[in-house]
Ligand binder design. Structure first.
Ligand code: UDX
Length: 426
């Protein structure tokens, strides 16, 4: 099928290259000229496992990019994959989405097209905000002249292509049956359970999924905080409860809390929406409170161990919000570094991928070339990202510290190689 993707971010590129790998004809549109030029030269704006290989294979053949939406005029399906960032209060910024809806409307002609919203939005957004823009700008009628669907993505950074090509489920929120049929046909050979529903419900399924996963993490962090006081290893508890099929073993790793652009943003906007509707979302509020608390707990533990942090050399190993990415959006490391700076600690850090991004936020801290270099004469070390290379650290690496105080915010060190360390919840 002929597919257009509006937005060449990680959702747009995973969707576009994923569909190109399924032999569809794909064109990816983005207003960022520099980004498009780079992709045209084979350089991706993000790192995703397997993506470079797919770009190499399909670029110029059945995968093209452009800054001009009119290049996608003959598309049968148009996916809108632009970002929906939130402001401080949790309000979603729909400007990119509205602009995408407007430009998409400009290419609706006599040939039937199905517009599919993949961007994460609050329930009601597609039909109440985007649809009126598309109808007004195109002068066409939904359900008659063009189709409309919501098709949320559940892609994890670092595994986005894998998640796109082998999803646990495909959610199709359809305005009308014809639109849903067209989208279902596109996913025909994905062999994943497909749920067809209305647009608003599909939008809520995405929100609820992220809210539930965040809740699971905050739940296990709360259990972890209790376990710590009782001198119980939380990870053994997670293993014990995870065998229960109703609980499942995933997302039960306690630590410094969740980061990343999605969880924090989506849960904030869902809380905001609930309040707007005069409902007080007590559980969701607690989920974010616990997530904030984890960063205070790790600093309290550090202070308990080494006293006043003023002028102490504190090493932060790991800046990315999770391993396998250079993304630092909402990373626990940001809040932790901020608290350490307030307490006048001297901060030295190391991260194999995320240092350049962090330099844009914190200029006043020291970025090292390796974990070992950072650890030299340190008073304490906090581990905040589960980079596999940190598992290789041994007592010898830590022996350069002035005072061997190691606290894990992510469980990563090997007890056989490192002695005398403790975890935030273990
Ligand atoms: C998430 C969702 O998984 C994905 O479906 C959605 O589309 C986008 O948001 P992502 O942000 O890439 O994906 O990261 P994910 O792997 O889910 O981890 C999120 C955060 O939770 C990370 O900071 C991670 O370290 C943390 N986490 C995860 C835990 O603290 N404990 C866990 O058990 C699992």
């Amino acid at each position: 099928m002929k597919i257009a993707i509006v937005g060449a971010g990680y959702v747009g590129l995973s969707t576009g290259l994923g569909l190109a790998s399924k032999k569809h004809l794909v064109i990816c549109i983005d207003i960022d000229k520099e980004k498009i030029e780079k992709i045209n030269r084979g350089i991706l704006p993000i790192y995703e496992d397997g993506m470079e290989k797919l770009l190499k294979k399909h670029r110029g053949l059945n995968f093209k990019v452009s800054t001009d939406i009119s290049d996608s005029k003959d598309a049968e399906i148009i996916f809108i994959c632009v970002g929906t960032p939130t402001d401080e209060k949790g309000k979603m910024n729909l400007n990119y989405l509205k602009a995408a809806a407007k430009s998409t409307a400009g290419i609706i002609d006599k040939k039937h097209k199905t517009i599919v919203v993949k961007s994460t939005v609050l329930p009601g957004t597609t039909e109440e905000i985007l649809l009126p823009i598309i109808e007004k700008e195109s002068g066409k009628k939904v359900g008659k002249d063009f189709g409309l669907c919501s098709n949320p993505e559940f892609l994890r950074e670092g595994a986005a292509l894998k998640d796109f090509l082998g999803p646990d489920r495909i959610i199709i929120g359809e305005y009308d049956k014809k639109s849903g049929d067209i989208l279902e046909k596109l996913y025909r050979d994905f062999n994943s359970p497909t749920i067809r529903t209305n647009i608003k419900t599909a939008e809520m399924i995405k929100m609820a999924s992220n809210a539930f996963l965040s809740t699971k993490i905050s739940f296990i962090n709360e259990i972890g905080n209790i376990c710590k006081k009782l001198e119980i290893d939380t990870y053994e508890v997670s293993r014990g409860i995870g065998y229960d099929k109703r609980i499942a073993p995933y997302f039960l790793d306690s630590g410094v809390g969740f980061g990343g652009s999605c969880f924090t943003k989506d849960i904030k906007s869902l809380i905001e929406k609930a309040r707007e509707m005069n409902y007080d979302p007590k559980l969701l509020k607690s989920v974010t409170e616990i997530n904030t608390l984890q960063k205070i707990i790790i600093i309290d533990l550090l202070t308990k161990k080494i006293g006043d942090l003023k002028n102490k050399k504190i090493v932060v190993l790991g800046l990315a919000f999770k391993a396998g990415t250079d993304d630092i959006r909402e990373a626990p490391s940001i809040d932790i570094i901020r608290i350490l700076l307030e307490k006048k600690a001297r901060i030295h850090t190391f991260d194999p991928k995320a240092q350049d991004n962090m330099k844009k936020i914190f200029n006043e801290i020291t970025y090292s070339k390796s974990a070992k270099e950072a650890l030299d004469k340190a008073d304490a070390c906090l581990i905040l990202t589960e980079w596999p290379e940190f598992t290789k650290l041994t007592d010898k690496d830590f022996s350069v510290m002035k005072n061997k105080t190691i606290i894990e915010g992510r469980r990563i060190l090997d007890k056989g190689k490192v002695s005398n360390f403790e975890g935030i919840c273990w």
